[in-house]
Design a protein. Structure first.
Length: 204
């Protein structure tokens, strides 16, 4: 698997590949019953649900891992904290920042098959929780500020370790600024509201 700049539509395929690596080649290919893979998702920020959660769920549905309409699946996942089926179980936790460390540790204790971590606080917690495992649980990250700078991966082309994911969340900001300049020729000043605690704020 490679961590690289990629459209969010790839996230389902990345999780799919992680599942194959974590659960072995027997999934979907052996007549022997296999345990249902569990994908544990975590996000810090109870004031919102990341839009890419819907993209992930949609891609897994497209790949045949879960059944149901996109809207229904996301609604059930957010409301109930899980969506299960004969081929996969998704577990969802939307957390306060101080809960991230304990939740990541709980996922490790529960021996989930893959952890999907949204944004920096969740990613850091998942990385720390899996770092000392003899056989680390694969971690798929979404929306990191800078995975190389923050020590998540060795490089974008060869991440190494047990973390991989999608990087490029800041690209839309650049495109938006370019669009503003096209709409308002000669635009020189633009007010942008940012989170001062976000590591990516200096980049913006």
């Amino acid at each position: 698997m490679k961590a690289r700049r990629s459209p969010l539509a790839m996230v389902g395929a990345i999780v799919f590949a992680s599942l194959l690596g974590a659960c072995g080649p027997g999934i979907g290919a052996s007549p022997t019953p296999q345990p249902i893979p569990r994908v544990a998702l975590m996000h810090v920020g109870t004031d919102h649900v990341p839009p890419s959660l819907g993209t992930l769920v949609g891609r897994l549905a497209d790949l045949g891992w879960i059944d149901g309409s996109h809207d229904e699946l996301v609604s059930h996942l957010v409301k109930d904290g899980h969506v299960g089926g004969p081929r996969i179980e998704l577990i969802w936790r939307n957390l306060e920042k101080e809960q991230a460390k304990d939740q990541a540790a709980a996922y490790v204790a529960e021996h989930v098959d893959v952890i999907v971590a949204f944004e920096d606080a969740s990613i850091a917690a998942a990385q720390a929780a899996t770092a000392r495992m003899e056989h680390p649980i694969p971690v798929v990250f979404l929306h990191p500020s800078d995975p190389v700078r923050d020590g998540l991966v060795a490089s974008l082309s060869h991440p190494g370790g047990n973390l991989t994911g999608v990087f490029g969340a800041r690209d839309p900001v650049v495109r938006q600024l370019e669009l503003y300049q096209q709409i308002v020729p000669g635009l020189r000043r633009l007010l942008t509201l940012v989170d001062p605690t976000d590591k990516a704020t200096p980049v913006l």
